[in-house]
Design a protein around this ligand. Structure first.
Ligand SMILES: C[S@@+](CC[C@H](N)C(=O)[O-])C[C@H]1O[C@@H](n2cnc3c(N)ncnc32)[C@H](O)[C@@H]1O
Length: 345
């Protein structure tokens, strides 16, 4: 469902001249937006920080939704469902996002002034900035690849990801989404308010500190004998290493033959903020909002083997491996992998 990158409408004109005129047109628009942006930013901060705390909603789930909103408006991934959802979510401000990004969105649409928001990195050329967008597209591709083959899809730590709504409507696949009770409650209420059909999805709220997610999944109707796709996107980094291993072993124990667990991992260096100051600032903000980056894998030397061996320790065999930033010659910081049960029968 990735959108086409914006086309160059100005063939034949030198690039620097085009950029100059685009910038000259963009600046007054941005200036006009400035007062609205201040009001919008206040509204966004209030909703994202205060309301999310009040409602007990995961702040990082809101951040992940923001990328999908941004991708929609910058034409890199059409996602009207996430936009409709954002408008009704009590912990996000559609107006705040528009007022912040509006000048750039209008400039891209009117006269092709593209910034890095309007570009998707080529596979292998992902930077820290372009990782979230490429990650979303990769998980879309994984769901598309398996949706007709799998009898069940399970999304633990689903947050405000609406990928299942995009790909599983009118399919014969059972879908289970799990997350912390408050986050999932707000998700379902927001879907209802936005009038987004979601009746074929089973939402399984879990109080992770006192309840077993696997037991709750089984009680919700999950069938251990059916082929399943597990999607574990951007969750493991928030858990302790022991909890990541335990969760993956439990997933492996629930996998019938032919099942796949798709997930992502960050490097130890990324988690610790060594890779960049911006990353360190993000990590501090997430920390203040009550979540923490905790788990990363040492990717400094042969990351593929390090991840394969970590997965083996969790009773899993890696079947697909995609490392970000590979063609840039930078130290590996992120990867998306697929795995199957070691004794896949
Ligand atoms: C960055 S969000 C990712 C959400 C979603 N997978 C996505 O890609 O949009 C992290 C999610 O992990 C969930 N989470 C946090 N702690 C968890 C835990 N201990 N066990 C399971 N999920 C947890 C949060 O509620 C949140 O929804």
């Amino acid at each position: 469902m990735a959108g086409e990158p914006p086309k160059n409408k100005h063939r034949g004109t030198p690039g620097f001249l085009i950029k100059f005129f685009q910038l000259a047109l963009y600046i007054p628009i941005q200036v006009a937006f400035f007062p609205i942006a201040i009001v919008g930013l206040i509204d966004a901060i209030f909703k994202e920080m205060r309301n999310s705390k009040k409602l007990g909603v995961s702040f990082t789930a809101i951040q992940a939704l923001q990328y999908r909103w941004i991708m929609h408006y910058f034409d890199t991934r059409p996602d009207p469902i996430s936009v409709a959802f954002t408008k009704e979510l009590p912990c996000e401000s559609h107006f705040g996002l528009w007022s912040t990004f509006g000048a750039l969105i209008i400039s891209q649409r009117l006269f092709g002034f593209t910034t890095r928001f309007g570009r998707v990195a080529e596979p292998g050329k992902e930077t820290l900035f372009s990782t979230p967008g490429r990650r979303v597209l990769m998980f879309d591709a994984i769901v598309e690849k398996y949706v007709d083959e799998m009898e069940q899809i399970v999304i633990p730590g689903a947050g405000f990801d609406l990928v299942a709504l995009h790909f599983t409507k009118a399919k014969n696949t059972k879908v289970f989404e799990l997350d912390q009770t408050e986050t999932l409650h707000v998700k379902v209420e927001t879907l209802k308010k936005a009038g987004i059909a979601h009746d074929w999805i089973t939402y399984v709220p879990v109080a992770y500190s006192t309840e077993s997610w696997a037991d709750k999944l089984l009680a919700a109707g999950f069938d251990k004998t059916e082929k399943t796709l597990f999607l574990w996107e951007s969750v493991s980094l928030f858990l302790e290493a022991g909890a990541v291993k335990k969760t993956l072993r439990e997933m492996a124990g629930l996998c019938a033959g032919g099942s796949i667990i798709a997930q992502d991992f960050y490097s130890k260096a990324f988690i610790s903020g060594e890779t960049s100051r911006t990353v360190k600032r993000s990590s501090r903000m997430i920390d203040r909002m009550g979540e923490q980056w905790r788990f990363g894998i040492d990717m400094s030397n042969d990351p593929e083997s390090a991840i394969a061996s970590f997965l083996e320790d969790c009773e899993l065999r890696m079947t697909e491996y995609c490392q970000f930033g590979e063609k840039l010659g930078i130290e590996p910081f992120y990867c998306v992998v697929e795995a199957e049960r070691l004794d896949n029968v």
